[in-house]
Design a protein around this ligand. Structure first.
Ligand code: ADP
Ligand code: MG
Length: 664
């Protein structure tokens, strides 16, 4: 199973390199990369049996075959199958004389075509059908694999067929007690790739979803079993001084979260706690409290955030809060001068640095802690399970995870199934709600003029465009062009910074400049969504708002009005659809991130990956976290029961081996 794909006929070293991008490195990979769809070759239809609106395989004789040129050096080839179903193909053919397709079709006695049958003013037709000069070898559902320009579907089909020959080397990972009525693993794989009918496909899929979710929960929960950890003492002088230093009263949510953290840190088992709360709900206070408590007990604290800009901001903030208490705080990011890097690492190793804030740089091998007892991960959805475990593993540390992305409750189990949760549901008193307005694009100029006015009075703002991915055909404003148009148009009198996905290090510099108020307006794709804290920013304009997830929009608008002046957010929507209107109304009318997340899920429905990604969910191979929610829940319970009975899975070596192979 772990043999490289090069053992398959037709796959040489070069090809192996290309298909690595599809995630195909071993025979196992080929077997576990599933079709994204199927073609229905279950039955060969005769022309009088075809139905419009369906994809079908049809056979017959070609009548009235003809060809004519159209524009651009192309030809249309047309015929009637048995005089009844019109077939149309388009071919490139610049030479005189009949095209290759036309000549071949002329020779065909009988033909099999596959495609969508449409009713065109009373006549049935099929445009650019696939065709065969012989009856297909076997009937059933034909797999359609995710595409890649240099690999054809036929090639993938061949590789899968070859890989299936090695199936005897693949273990059944589910013991009979768990397998129950599900089909066995070998059958499931055969049927998933080449089902004879939909019922085989369904049985195969069910089994594979079950396996995938169960393995996921087992690995998540196995890591989540509370292992022995550091037992911190009760709050002492230092914590008291910290709490007294706060210039405000804690909210109820904060107070409860603090209690949860205290209880966990004082317990002999390692803490595994998630603090969920809106942007601005004051999660950082909880982190600081934990940090002071750890230091008071002679421990060290590491706090990991997703980007260098955020690390700098956070380090500054933690410094100003904790240094007055005599706690040493330092920053560790990849982008520090070598000397500084070494100094900080040494300080961490000899224990003279008590709190370190940083990026992924914290989990590199070179970083060794004298006595790490609290690991904090901020904006958790940017980090995988493995990364947070890596940080925690730098000591025998308690783990505190913070997230500002509320996710629908029904999905929380998947993302955070391994963590105990504290929610901070209210914002501190007096916090202004961001005034959110849906704006007709006709009033676009007005909105920008308003932004200019606010900037001239000393405030800052954001303009946000949806990220344009190459693969998307949507008519979104092409961010870069639009950004430049703004820069040289309405916004030409003000200092503007441009940020988009393809930028590297410059991006961080622009963020810094905005932070230092050397830039007035940041024009960006969604890269600003996480943790950006510039209190002077008050206006946000979101272009093509209909293309964002609601959770994203909610996070985005949380960037403005963080200081003393109220924030305003304009949503420009270029879509008239009722659904998109309904969605934007939700965001306009509510400030409750949890409610927004639930609504987002309800309106978007299953299979919508944008939503799934915004919540930072793992991407499964077969299972759909929305459609297969029930399975997701039941497997969580099964995993728990299994681990209760056998925490190290000694009775299930195959299952264990499979868990360790997964990459969650
Ligand atoms: P989060 O990390 O959850 O987005 P922060 O911890 O950054 O939120 O807090 C946002 C702002 O609110 C900070 O300026 C913080 O000092 C302030 N703040 C936190 N808790 C309170 C409170 N209970 N009352 C008033 N202001 C608070
Ligand atoms: Mg925060």
């Amino acid at each position: 199973m772990d043999s490289p794909v090069t053992i398959l006929p037709g796959v040489g070293p070069k090809r192996a390199q290309t298909i690595k991008k599809l995630g195909l490195e071993t025979v196992r990979d080929v077997l576990f990369s599933f079709p994204r769809d199927y073609k229905d070759f279950q039955r060969v239809h005769l022309v009088h049996e075809v139905k419009s609106g369906q994809e079908q395989l049809v056979t017959g004789k070609l009548i009235n075959l003809h060809e004519r040129p159209i524009s651009g050096g192309r030809r249309v080839v047309q015929a009637q199958l048995d005089g009844y179903l019109t077939l149309t193909w388009f071919v490139h053919h610049r030479n005189r004389g009949p095209s290759y397709l036309y000549r071949n079709l002329q020779k065909a006695q009988e033909i099999w075509v596959y495609g969508l049958v449409k009713d065109d003013y009373g006549g049935l037709e099929m445009t650019t059908p696939e065709f065969f000069y012989e009856a297909p070898m076997h009937l059933g559902l034909m797999p359609v694999y995710p595409l890649m320009s240099t690999v054809t579907n036929a090639q993938r089909v061949r590789w899968v067929k070859e890989s299936l020959k090695y199936l005897s080397h693949l273990d059944e990972c589910l013991p009979p007690s768990l397998r129950g009525d599900y089909v066995d693993r070998h059958t499931a794989l055969r049927w998933m790739h080449f089902p004879k009918n939909w019922s085989e496909q369904q049985s195969a899929r069910e089994r594979l979803v079950y396996e995938e979710f169960l393995l996921f929960h087992l690995s998540l929960q196995r890591g989540a079993r509370h292992t022995p950890g550091v037992m911190h003492g009760p709050d002492g002088q230092l914590v008291a001084r910290y709490l007294k230093s706060l210039p405000f009263q804690l909210t109820n949510g904060q107070r409860n979260a603090l209690q949860d953290v205290a209880k966990d840190m004082e317990s002999p088992l390692a803490m595994r706690r998630l603090i969920q709360g809106e942007v601005g709900s004051g999660k950082t206070i909880v982190a600081e409290y934990g940090a002071v408590k750890a230091v008071e007990n002679g421990g060290q604290v590491a706090m990991m955030v997703p980007t260098e800009v955020l690390a700098r901001q956070m380090a500054q903030r933690i410094k100003s809060a904790l240094e007055p208490l005599g706690i040493t705080v330092e920053l560790l990011i990849g982008n520090l001068p070598g000397k500084e890097q070494t100094r900080v690492r040494e300080g961490i190793q000899d224990g003279s640095i008590q709190v370190v804030v940083g990026t992924h740089a914290l989990i590199t091998e070179k970083v060794l802690f004298a006595n790490l007892t609290l690991a904090i991960v901020d904006e958790q959805h940017r980090f995988g399970v493995r990364q947070r475990l890596a940080l925690q593993g730098k000591g025998n540390a308690d783990l505190l995870v913070m997230s500002a992305t509320p996710i629908p409750r029904s999905l929380a189990l998947t993302a955070y199934g391994d963590l105990d949760t504290s929610e901070i549901r209210e914002l501190p008193k007096g916090r202004q709600v961001v005034d959110t307005r849906l704006i007709d694009p006709k009033r676009r100029t007005e909105v920008y003029q308003y932004l200019v006015k606010r900037v001239k009075s000393g405030e800052q703002g954001y303009v946000v465009f949806p990220l344009v991915e190459e693969s998307e055909h949507l008519d979104a404003k092409a961010a870069v062009t639009e950004m430049e148009a703004l820069q040289h148009g309405v916004l030409k009198e003000i200092r503007v910074g441009l940020i988009h996905g393809q930028m590297g290090k410059e991006k961080e510099q622009i963020f810094e400049a905005f932070y230092r108020q050397e830039i007035d307006v940041l024009i960006a794709t969604t890269v600003i969504e996480v943790g950006m804290n510039v209190p002077n920013a008050t206006v946000m304009i979101i272009e093509n708002a209909e293309r964002f997830g609601l959770a994203q929009l909610h996070q985005l608008r949380g960037r403005v009005g963080r200081g003393s002046k109220p924030g305003i957010c304009f949503l420009l929507s270029y879509s008239d659809s009722r659904q998109s209107r309904e969605r934007l109304e939700v965001i306009r009318g509510s400030t409750d991130g949890f409610l927004i997340a639930e609504e987002d899920l309800r309106i978007r429905g299953p299979g919508d990956l944008l939503g799934v990604r915004q919540w930072g969910m793992p991407l499964f191979r077969v299972g759909d976290i929305v459609e297969d929610q029930d399975m997701l829940k039941s497997t969580a319970a099964e995993a728990q029961a299994l681990l209760d009975e056998d925490p190290n899975l000694v009775k299930y070596p195959q299952l264990l081996a499979e868990i360790e192979r997964q990459q969650w």
